[in-house]
Design a protein around this ligand. Sequence first.
Ligand SMILES: NC(=O)C1=CN([C@@H]2O[C@H](COP(=O)(O)OP(=O)(O)OC[C@H]3O[C@@H](n4cnc5c(N)ncnc54)[C@H](O)[C@@H]3O)[C@@H](O)[C@H]2O)C=CC1
Ligand SMILES: CC(C)CC(=O)C(=O)O
Ligand SMILES: [Mg+2]
Length: 376
Amino acid sequence: MSTAAPLVILLEGDGVGPEVVREAAKVLRAVAPHIQYQSELLGGSAIDATGVPLPQKTLSACRSAAAILLGAVGGPQWPRKDATTGVLGPRPEQGLLEIRKELDLFANIRPCVFPSDSLLNYSPLKLETVKGAEFIVVRELTGGIYFGERQEENAEGEAWDKMVYTVPEIQRITRIAAHLSLLTTPPRPIISVDKANVLASSRLWRRVVTQTLAVEFPTLPPPTHQLVDSCAMIMVKNPRALNGILLTENMFGDILSDEASVIPGSLGLLPSASLNGVPGGAEKVVGLYEPIHGSAPDIAGLGIANPIGTILSAALLLRYSLGLEKEAKVVEDAVRKVLDDVSSGGLGLRTKDLGGDATTEQIGDAVVTQIKKILA
Ligand SMILES: NC(=O)C1=CN([C@@H]2O[C@H](COP(=O)(O)OP(=O)(O)OC[C@H]3O[C@@H](n4cnc5c(N)ncnc54)[C@H](O)[C@@H]3O)[C@@H](O)[C@H]2O)C=CC1
Ligand SMILES: CC(C)CC(=O)C(=O)O
Ligand SMILES: [Mg+2]
């Protein structure tokens, strides 16, 4: 374990963001007390304080940090209308897109696994359908339609968004998928998801994914290709058929990963890592870690948000940015213990989204208690 004191930037954001980040930071403090923290503004709270969703101070702090932990941004109060001009102000989500672009966080890794087998009974899908489902969504994060040119509604009543991909953008995200595939023996199959029957950008995607894997990773089996619409159907009908790496572009990955959270039972469960390179390699990668969910304005301030997705994101931070694999495992084991049924030695604690009545804080405290027991 490194003895230096790495700096982690906390971007609490909006809505339930501060509630879930508080618990994840508590967990990090328990498992790795040497980490230093600094809180900075992003999103709606940054707009209110500074006028912009990504203040320069936040960006500079993130650039010099070892890693970043984010809650979520956005809410119905933004964009705000200027009282005199009636002009709409910036959107919190712009800040998130900007920080991803500025830090070149092109690889978004979203593992869809059951943090505890006891959750098999809480999935809205049938137990026999979801049992054994386990895949990783590898989402391209700095290209595609979220970053293309756009035209807001004009006088002709038209609006459009342009989806652009380039060969290097597709090559580099394919390399991340290949790297993750090769971490297991046998390698996890790579399923590339696109809409190549309609979109030119998807036809480029399919060609470049196939070629990059064939040329640079000849030992890997060739990828399979799945159209995004039928992929969405398979995900809830027979998710085990997708076991492996789902490699896809920005918007498809955004949508499919929210759908994937239905398998373990809640959007509040799944973590993510946004990286600018291959994790665990010789080069230091920049990493921003966040749950896959949004700011959940409908439950903000009630203290009932599920913090597990953020806590598991903190585990990914320990693993990918700080090289603290043992500590990452301790956090994951502690989360499992908290969720596991009492009959199998766990606490059986669940927030409302999973049918329980535990608060956000109780889950965080329980994870900390389990960490202390594991480390004792
Ligand atoms: N990474 C980010 O910062 C993201 C921000 N957003 C923003 O969040 C705002 C709300 O978007 P929505 O479409 O409502 O998506 P959302 O993910 O915030 O919420 C969807 C549903 O899931 C529930 N939910 C989400 N997280 C939960 C948690 N941790 N525990 C329990 N229940 C949870 C919410 O209560 C809501 O019913 C929007 O402004 C959107 O732009 C959305 C997605 C990602
Ligand atoms: C601003 C959005 C693209 C955020 C989002 O939905 C996500 O990254 O999951
Ligand atoms: Mg999303």
